[in-house]
Design a protein around this ligand. Structure first.
Ligand SMILES: Cc1cc2nc3c(=O)[nH]c(=O)nc-3n(C[C@H](O)[C@H](O)[C@H](O)COP(=O)(O)O)c2cc1C
Ligand code: SF4
Length: 478
């Protein structure tokens, strides 16, 4: 263990929260001002890594994976020592892809080398963050790359067992992983004496029960142990006291799927495909009223504008970009003048938000920002595990006050009340779910103040309803 404290692990969201400077108050974007142009060029054909097998027939099968060079990185890793592998991962600038962005190599170096009990690797495949949908592609379309990454990590760290904790709803991913694991046992990549090395390693797939809080690493560990997913106080961090009280590394699916490439090509090669402190190719999920929503692979540090135009094909005809969130619903909202922000943990913080899971949600000028904030508050209230008063009560109050503003019964002082609630929640809870509501709600109010105020002065919302149910509720209220 080094004495460097893994601070980011406690505050997944606050690591990237806007710094002391408050986001600037922005005038409402003028209609048409940010209309994205039709794509000039189709996405250029580029070397693919993480998504290499996504379009290959039966890419999820062991034979096909091996034909494309699969399990060669494992063979190479088994000729390296654990320290050498950790060093390469450190050099690679691979940041955790689950949202907090903690440097993977540094996290690995926190795991004690010696332990009286078996050490564990736990893969966070819960993928519950609204707007995030990349890990499921890796599990369904390229499960062997992920498993190869798990075996390399275990070899490097002296880990005996691995649990892949998959959101229970993702049955297809679960079946694909289980089939791939079975193939690995048959081929000698898993089990006893892997490839004649004397190394034993087992992987189990554990379906979760669908609670967002089980994506938080200690909530997940509690869930694995059969308890309700209530996050633990940190420290101790999982690397020291994790699942079954044993030293545990928790990593995201995409983080571990990147490991075979680092071993194959070296840490420096990986680092070069990015910007300072943020290495490697990565997956970006693009959603909203855009021409080509989906999952795309591109280097770290690409700008949001390039992702939108070149990969997403720009906004749909007749839709103007009003705002975007860079990496899941717990990020602060950004406006179109920030499209040149680079997708990196530090660069996104400079832009006033956070990189999060790098799955970007674009919103058009028909989107009501009060309604978005209210919807988020309801979600986080529903998903709060209830241990901390600021989170349990604050999320519910925020949802009620935001509903009132949208319904036209809000007061000007409610905005100050909401900001005050956000200040009281953020940083005062056991896990970062509290921050996940405070940061976005504060940002929607501060960035779109005029829109919130207009809801109060006009006594209601003038944006189109999102659903028939909402239209009905409105006419019932009228
Ligand atoms: C409320 C909450 C939900 C989270 N959900 C996920 C998730 O679904 N998947 C994930 O990988 N990380 C999630 N995280 C982050 C994990 O706690 C942890 O940082 C991550 O799994 C570590 O892996 P990484 O370093 O490879 O990113 C969540 C964090 C919080 C606070
Ligand atoms: S912040 Fe919310 S979800 Fe996290 S431990 Fe506290 S009550 Fe539970």
């Amino acid at each position: 263990m080094t004495d460097e404290k893994p601070k980011e692990e406690t505050q997944e969201v606050s690591e990237e929260e806007p710094t002391a400077e408050e986001p600037e108050k922005k005038p409402l974007p003028k209609p048409g001002a940010a209309r994205a142009k039709a794509p000039k060029v189709a996405p250029k054909k580029e070397e693919k890594y993480l998504s290499r097998l996504f379009e290959v027939e039966n890419g999820h099968d062991l034979d096909v994976y091996e034909k494309h060079g699969g399990y060669q990185a494992l063979r190479k890793a088994m000729k390296m020592s654990g320290e050498e592998i950790i060093e390469e991962v450190k050099k690679s600038n691979l940041r955790g892809r689950g949202g907090a962005g903690f440097p993977c190599g540094i996290k690995w170096s926190f795991l004690p080398k010696e332990s009286d009990v078996p050490k564990y690797l736990v893969i966070n495949a819960d993928e519950g963050e609204p707007g995030t949908f990349k890990d499921r592609y890796l599990m369904v379309l390229d499960p062997h790359r992920h498993i190869e990454g798990c075996i390399i990590a275990a070899w490097a760290l002296g880990i005996r067992y691995c649990y892949i904790f998959v959101r229970g709803e993702m049955q297809f991913a679960i079946r694909r992983l289980e089939k791939a694991i079975k193939q690995c046992y048959e081929k000698g990549y898993l089990g006893k004496n892997i490839l004649g090395s004397g190394f034993d390693f087992d992987i189990y797939v554990h379906p979760g029960a669908g609670a967002y809080i089980c994506g938080e690493e200690t909530g997940l560990i509690e869930g694995l142990e059969g308890k309700s997913g209530q996050p633990r106080m940190k420290p101790p961090f999982p690397a020291v006291v994790g699942v079954f009280q044993a030293p545990t590394i928790v990593n995201n699916v995409e983080t571990i799927s990147s490991i075979p490439f680092i071993i194959e090509n070296g840490g420096e090669w990986f680092a070069e495909m990015g910007i300072e402190k943020n290495g490697g190719p990565k997956l970006y999920g693009l959603s909203g009223p855009i021409q080509r929503p989906g999952v795309y692979e591109a280097p770290s540090g690409i700008t949001v504008g390039e992702l939108l135009e070149r990969y997403g094909g720009g906004m749909l005809p007749g839709h103007d970009l009003k705002a975007y969130i860079p990496g899941g619903s717990s990020c602060a909202v950004l406006t179109p003048d920030k499209l040149d922000a680079e997708m990196g943990f530090e660069t996104m913080r400079e832009a006033g938000s956070s990189m999060g899971t790098a799955c970007i949600t674009f919103m058009d000028t028909d989107t009501c920002m009060v309604r978005v904030a209210a919807r988020l508050a309801h979600f986080y209230h529903h998903e709060s595990c209830g241990q901390c008063t600021p989170c349990r009560e604050g999320t519910g109050w925020a949802a009620k006050v935001l509903d009132q503003i949208e319904a036209g019964t809000g007061r000007r002082e409610d905005l100050d009340l909401l900001l005050d609630m956000c200040d009281n929640i953020q940083g005062n809870t056991i896990c970062a779910l509290g921050d996940s509501i405070a940061i976005p709600v504060r940002s929607y109010i501060q960035v779109f103040t005029e829109e919130f105020e207009e809801h109060i002065t006009r006594r209601g919302c003038w944006f189109p309803a999102w659903s028939r149910r909402q239209r009905q509720a409105r006419s019932d209220a009228a």
